[in-house]
Design a protein around this ligand. Structure first.
Ligand code: PMP
Length: 403
């Protein structure tokens, strides 16, 4: 399939900086948005703008219908069984915080929470807060020398009967794809509650939460060609319904007196206050955009590009790649021997190459790799071979300049 017509839907990618065409290799941080997503949000504000679920007027009914239709779209997109299992949040971070906060009654002092060593801070810090509140203990699932999760060590940790197991589907820093179904099945075999951080997975592969069989799955709209400010928490109905709400107030109640409040049913119970309505509608359009591209073509296109990127980088003398593997998704992490990652990033930026440099919100992973940070180039559906060639030319210029 020719992906040129897909790329032309992204207006931001036509810009130049310092006389160079923008080469955007930072999709793992946030993706660009196709014109149709921007149009859908503008149209909402131009025609349907009203608060949802509340007023008796037609405009509000229209907005509510549009907003709730996206819940059905998300349900289909991730293969959930019930529309009530889809909660709109402001992003992955909020979604994981909702779960960690909501599970207080499930965990006692001395009980165990396992978190994988590839995890983003958003899948570490909320568990630390829960551990501090309850006296629970967090243990990391270690990595092998190759930077992948150590399955033998995981099996050994599971023998300690953890209460909660929090996993990354795809590592944002290295692009490593975890064998998520196996990891979840093993956790379930010891009756652990499982959460999967899917922030780096949803845009790149087909997700089916029933097949993964996790209790919770979290992701953000802005990494899948939708807007910022909206994300999804999927939860298996029964356990989702038992979460203590993180945020309380309007919309999430059935009745309120000064003595007592009765909470609403799902999904409203976990969506207090005015939700990000236009953003939800933008997310719906992003899903429609993704659904219009045959999944197999999309996966193949990105796989081929990532392999090309890995191969080109591997051929550079003095480069260090972290966790590079043919099965990786969306990103490659590297350092130039003896050079600071930030210097490399700045010199690339002067040639309009946008990559990310730093700890990638995964400081424990950087500690495991024994580095302070690294460069990460990440791709999306609009990336083409020319982007990678421009990047490689610019990187070779940086190497010449620094030596
Ligand atoms: N988890 C992973 C794996 C991520 O890549 C990110 C975003 N970098 C997050 C969680 C947090 O997502 P957000 O900032 O959209 O809440």
């Amino acid at each position: 399939m020719d992906f040129t017509p897909v790329r032309t839907q992204f207006p931001t990618l036509t810009q130049t900086f310092n006389g160079y065409p923008l080469c955007y290799l930072d999709t793992a941080a946030t993706s660009h948005k196709p014109q149709r997503v921007l149009n859908a949000m503008t149209q909402f504000y131009l025609k349907n703008n009203a608060n949802v679920h509340r007023a008796a007027h037609q405009l509000s009914s229209q907005a509510t219908r549009q907003y709730e239709a996206v819940r059905d779209q998300v349900m289909d997109f991730i293969g959930a069984q019930h529309r009530e299992e889809v909660i709109f949040t402001h992003g992955t971070t909020e979604a994981i915080n909702m779960v960690a906060h909501g599970l207080t009654q499930y965990i006692d002092s001395g009980e165990l929470i396992l978190v994988d060593s590839l995890a983003h801070h958003a899948n570490i810090v909320p568990w630390q807060v829960l551990a501090k509140q309850t006296g629970a203990i967090i243990k990391p699932i270690p990595l092998t020398k190759e930077g992948r999760l150590d399955l033998l060590a995981y099996d050994a940790l599971l023998k300690q009967k953890p209460t909660i197991v929090a996993l990354s589907h795809v590592s944002n820093a290295l692009g490593i794809l975890n064998p998520i179904e196996t990891l979840v099945a093993k956790a379930k075999a010891v009756n652990a509650i499982t959460l999967v951080d899917g922030a780096q997975a949803v845009a790149h592969m087909n997700i089916n939460v029933q097949q993964i069989d996790c209790d919770f799955y979290a992701f953000s709209g802005h990494k899948m060609y939708g807007p910022t400010g909206v994300g999804i928490l999927y939860g298996r109905l029964e356990i989702l319904d038992s979460l203590n709400p993180l945020i309380t107030g309007g919309e999430m109640i059935k009745s309120v007196t000064f003595e007592k409040t009765v909470y609403n049913t799902l999904p409203n119970r976990l969506e207090a206050g005015t939700p990000p309505i236009a953003e939800v509608i933008g997310l719906g359009e992003a899903i429609a955009f993704l659904n219009d591209i045959p999944a197999i073509e999309k996966i193949y296109h990105e796989k081929e590009l990532l392999q090309y990127l890995q191969d080109q980088l591997k051929a550079i003398e003095g480069i260090i790649l972290y966790g590079a593997h043919p099965d990786n998704i969306g990103a490659v992490a590297f350092n130039l021997h003896n050079e600071h990652h930030q210097d490399v990033g700045v010199l690339l930026d002067q040639q309009a190459i946008a990559i990310r440099c730093g700890h990638h919100c995964a400081m424990p992973l950087m500690q495991t790799l024994n580095i302070k940070g690294c460069c990460r180039a990440s791709i999306g559906i609009y990336t083409n071979k020319q982007d990678i060639d421009c990047f490689m030319t610019a990187l070779n210029n940086v190497i010449t300049l620094l030596h």
